[in-house]
Design a protein around this ligand. Structure first.
Ligand code: ASP
Length: 371
């Protein structure tokens, strides 16, 4: 059983979006000439894990890696890493300043899994809390449940001592939402098909006009890591699909989809079109493929092929007959082997003893999703 923490203790260790780590320092050996069982710690994440610093000195994967190698709990370290993206208003795909739903309200999803203790926690459609990953961690720590949603999740967060705000929009996210409203003609509630198309057209035109970073129409941070003892954990946190129907929950807080960790095997998590991932539960699939002996990269490619096979609706296919959306997976196994894989070209973030790096994902297909 994991150690239960009291509410007061949780608040003390978590409210500043920080984590408590032990003072001990684990110095891992340089690569030995003769193979030993030493596991090299590693943190992998979506690309934004090597971009945003929230005004500090470190990016997310670096912060997480440094805490892990100082002996901190792997999940606490990963959450401290993603907190940087959640709190940084420049990241419009996560937490504070995330692009809002169709009503202009920022609704956030997150979940986390702790490999060694086999525990998990999640929140969905939560409003007003900048760091939903900390609420997910509190669900893991102090409840017997996995997933709290909406008002209940918000009340729970308040009871845990986390700050609840009226509005998580920034001037930037609000202005982008207003522009989107203008483009879809809010006077008319179109039939679902036309409304879907109108939303797609408006969003894509905003991407084309350079108002939205293509990575942030969809956008999320998933971060997974392993320490020198082979303890593996993961966390995913997001504002979800921009302009979503209020209440829409994506893959990010759903175990097996946006994240899955098995303490004996490894971790996988995702960013990109959540519905495609939910229909195939790819993070679970990837972990199971690794359990059967596949490398992180091969396991990830299997999941991408599964998504492609099950994407049959014409509206989701590009002129080549392939999925017309991006989806990426970030994967690490218990041995510290890792990979980033994607339907089309994309980058991911890694931190090892060599420091933070942005690497290309292994793409299933050349070209772009729309081509
Ligand atoms: N997967 C997230 C969702 O569907 C969004 C994203 O990662 O871009 O909510």
């Amino acid at each position: 059983m994991p150690r239960k923490i009291s509410r007061r203790e949780f608040v003390r260790t978590s409210t500043a979006a920080g984590v408590a780590v032990g003072a001990s320092t684990t110095v891992f050996a340089k690569a030995p000439a003769i193979q030993t069982n030493t596991i090299k710690p590693v943190v992998v994440a979506s690309n934004n894990g090597n971009v945003y610093k929230n005004g500090g000195a470190e990016v997310g994967v670096q912060k997480a890696f440094n805490l892990i190698t100082k002996g901190g709990d792997v999940l606490d370290a990963l959450i401290a890493g993603v907190n940087l993206c959640e709190l940084d208003p420049a990241d419009t795909s996560v937490g504070y300043g995330g692009l809002p739903n169709a009503d202009g309200i920022v609704q956030l999803d997150s979940c986390c899994m702790h490999g060694p203790t086999r525990r998990a926690g999640g929140v969905a459609s939560i409003e007003g809390v900048r760091t939903p990953s900390l609420v997910a961690k509190a669900v893991l720590e102090v409840t017997d449940h996995h997933l709290l949603v909406g008002k209940g999740a918000q009340e729970f967060a308040r009871n845990m001592g986390l700050k609840v705000e009226d509005d998580l929009n920034t001037d930037k996210s609000r202005a982008l939402w207003l522009e989107w409203k203008r483009r879809i003609d809010p006077e008319h509630y179109l039939d679902p098909k036309k409304r879907g198309q109108a939303m797609e057209m408006a969003s894509l035109s905003m991407v084309r006009d350079g108002l939205i970073d293509p990575d942030h129409y969809y956008g999320t941070i998933n971060c997974d890591g392993v320490n020198s003892k082979g303890e593996v954990c993961g966390v995913t946190t997001t504002s979800g699909l921009a302009w979503k129907i209020p209440g829409r929950v994506g893959d990010s807080p759903i175990l097996g989809a946006g994240l899955y960790v098995d303490g004996d095997v490894g971790a996988a998590g995702s960013t990109g079109r959540g519905e495609a991932n939910l229909y195939n539960l790819c993070s679970f699939l990837i972990v199971e493929q690794m359990r059967m002996g596949k490398s992180p990269k091969d396991a990830g490619m299997e999941a991408l092929r599964r998504i492609q096979k099950n994407t049959v609706e014409k509206r989701l296919l590009n002129p080549r007959g392939l999925p017309n959306f991006g989806i990426n997976f970030y994967i690490v196994n218990k041995k510290g082997e890792y990979a980033g894989v994607s339907m089309y070209a994309a980058n991911y973030a890694v931190c090892t003893e060599n420091g933070p790096q942005t690497l290309p994902c292994e793409p299933l297909h050349p070209g772009r999703a729309s081509e």
